[in-house]
Design a protein around this ligand. Sequence first.
Ligand SMILES: [Zn+2]
Length: 283
Amino acid sequence: MIPISQTLAQHFEQLCESGRLGHGYILHGPPKGFPAQAAMYLALSGLCAQKKPCMTCNICQKVLSHDHPDIRVLSADTTSVDAIRHVIQDIQLGARDGHRLFVCVLHADHMTPQAANAFLKTLEEPPAGVTLILATNALEQLLPTIRSRSTCIACPSVPDPQIRQWITDKTGTDYQGLVSQALVGYIEKTGIFPQEIVSRASIANHSVSEILSLAESLAKDKAIAKLAMQQWLEDCVRPSDNPETLQNNAHAARHLLTHIKNSNYNLNVRLQMESVLFGLQRQ
Ligand SMILES: [Zn+2]
């Protein structure tokens, strides 16, 4: 998961540990405050047996793989009035597995007025043991009636070095400049880390079928495919004392530059990515 502000994480953990968790929250803040991630963090803190997302226990694993019965997540494209009504009906019975059920609306400002009104009634009279969490980058776009019935919590921006460290831990490489910025931009927009971004070094250990499926995944989003190539290119220009490494890097860089240039044309992206990946494996 993307890191959230440490103060905020501690606040959530204390809330859950003390048993003072309320029934309605609005988590709001700038894109780099990652309110949608904060909503998931709060729900995880409430569900995890250790009252803080350990990310490893059975409960956390179930939540992260969208397989826990006590959390409903509505994202930007599932906040139609029908979807909201369906969830509201579904949560009347309360928690299934644990003692509390969470409903997270990840882009609450995308709710239509009808959907927001359907939600409002539940905020006024929430079923026992249910916590509703709305996340938004635009607090002012939520209905004043929704705001006044929820506890509003601001999500401060996560400092850039912390985000970069997280990307480094995730990919095993310390990306600088443009690639890091582009990755952060993508994560801000979607709230998820593109799993297709793997380190250049790890490609060497991929089997043929792994290469083919990675190429297929990368091809689903041209922007991610290009970002991945730029990221590998960045890796090629690292200084090295080993002449053989330098020569391999130069070959790989030339190979990548050609493909980055070609990616501006309307080519079959999947075939292109296969050629890029098999080419990198040879270097
Ligand atoms: Zn856990």
